[in-house]
Design a binder for this molecule. Structure first.
Ligand SMILES: [Mg+2]
Length: 265
C-alpha cells in the first residue's frame, strides 16, 4: 500500500479546497511548492464547462498561484476524450456556451449549436450559462424523435455565486428528463473519467495518485470510482457530520491543505 509520502500526482478540486471564492487558503502555495520540490506534479480539476481554462488561469494567477493552461483539466477535456474514444465520427448538437462549442470544435469534434439542424447523432449538454428556450426545445426534439447518444459534462445541480446558487448542468438534465424521459451519460466528477484522463496525461498509476477535495459526492466519490486515495478537506462545504451520513468514504480526512502539506513529507 502506498502512503501519502509516495504520491506523485496530486489532483485538486479548487473552490473550498485551495481557496474560498477570492481568498487563498493558508498553506496552498506552500503545498504546491512542496509537491514540485519533491518531484511530483499536480493538476487542478473542475466540473465547470461554461468557461475555458483561460478564466481559471486568470483567477488563480490573481490569487497568487503561478499556473498555466496545461495545469488544468475540465469536464470539457474529459468530454472531448470520451467522444474521441467512443464516438469519434459522430456529429453532436451542443447545449453549451459559445466558448464550450468553440473548445469542442478546436479539438476536432463535429458539433453544431444551430437549433434548426437535425442532422446529428447525439446531444451534448453542459453548464450553459447562455441557455435559451430554443436550445431546450431543440434538444428535447432531438432526444424524443430518435434514440441518440446523450452526454452531459457534469452532474452538479447548482453552481455557487456571490448571492447563493444558480442552476447547473444537472438541473438542466433534470428538465430535459421530465420532457423526454431520457437521461444522459454524465462525464464529470463523480465519474472517474477526468481522473483517468489526468493519470494518462501524467503517466501515473492510481497508486501514485491522490485526489483532494471538499465535496464527498463529487470529489471524493470520483477518487473512489477511479481507485485512487482521497483527502477530504474540511475547509469548504464538507463537514465531519456529512461523513457520518454518507456512503462515500475518503482515505484521509484533514482540516485543510496546511495539514496535507505537513503530511506529504
Ligand atoms: Mg470544491
Amino acid at each position: 500500500m502506498s502512503t501519502l509520502r509516495d504520491k506523485r500526482l496530486f489532483l485538486f478540486d479548487m473552490d473550498g479546497t485551495l481557496y474560498l471564492e477570492d481568498t487563498l487558503f493558508d498553506g496552498t502555495l506552500e503545498l504546491l511548492h512542496r509537491i514540485r520540490e519533491k518531484g511530483g506534479t499536480y493538476l487542478f480539476l473542475t466540473n465547470n464547462s461554461s468557461k475555458g481554462v483561460d478564466a481559471y488561469v486568470e483567477k488563480l494567477t490573481r490569487l497568487g498561484i503561478p499556473c498555466e493552461a496545461a495545469d488544468f483539466l475540465t469536464s470539457t477535456d474529459a468530454t472531448v476524450a470520451y467522444v474521441r474514444e467512443h464516438a469519434p465520427s459522430k456529429r453532436f448538437y451542443c447545449v453549451g456556451t459559445r466558448s464550450f462549442v468553440q473548445q469542442l470544435r478546436s479539438c476536432g469534434l463535429s458539433v453544431t449549436d444551430d437549433v434548426t439542424d437535425d442532422a446529428v447523432d447525439g446531444v451534448i449538454l453542459s453548464n450553459d450559462t447562455e441557455l435559451t428556450f430554443a436550445k431546450l426545445s431543440h434538444a428535447s426534439r432531438l432526444l424524443t424523435c430518435a434514440d441518440r447518444l446523450y452526454l452531459a459534462t457534469n452532474p452538479d445541480w447548482v453552481c455557487p455565486t456571490s448571492f447563493g446558487s444558480v442552476p447547473d448542468c444537472g438541473s438542466f438534465a433534470q428538465m430535459l428528463e421530465h420532457a423526454t424521459g431520457k437521461r444522459p451519460y454524465v462525464i464529470g466528477k463523480p465519474r472517474p473519467d477526468m481522473l483517468q484522463l489526468a493519470m494518462r496525461r501524467c503517466g501515473c498509476t492510481a497508486e501514485e495518485t491522490l485526489m483532494v477535495g471538499d465535496r464527498l459526492y463529487t470529489d471524493i466519490a470520483a477518487g473512489v470510482n477511479a481507485g485512487v486515495d482521497t483527502v477530504f478537506v474540511l475547509s469548504g462545504e464538507g463537514t465531519r457530520a456529512m461523513l457520518a451520513s454518507s456512503d462515500v468514504t475518503p482515505t484521509y480526512v484533514m482540516e485543510d491543505v496546511r495539514e496535507l502539506c505537513r503530511r506529504i513529507g
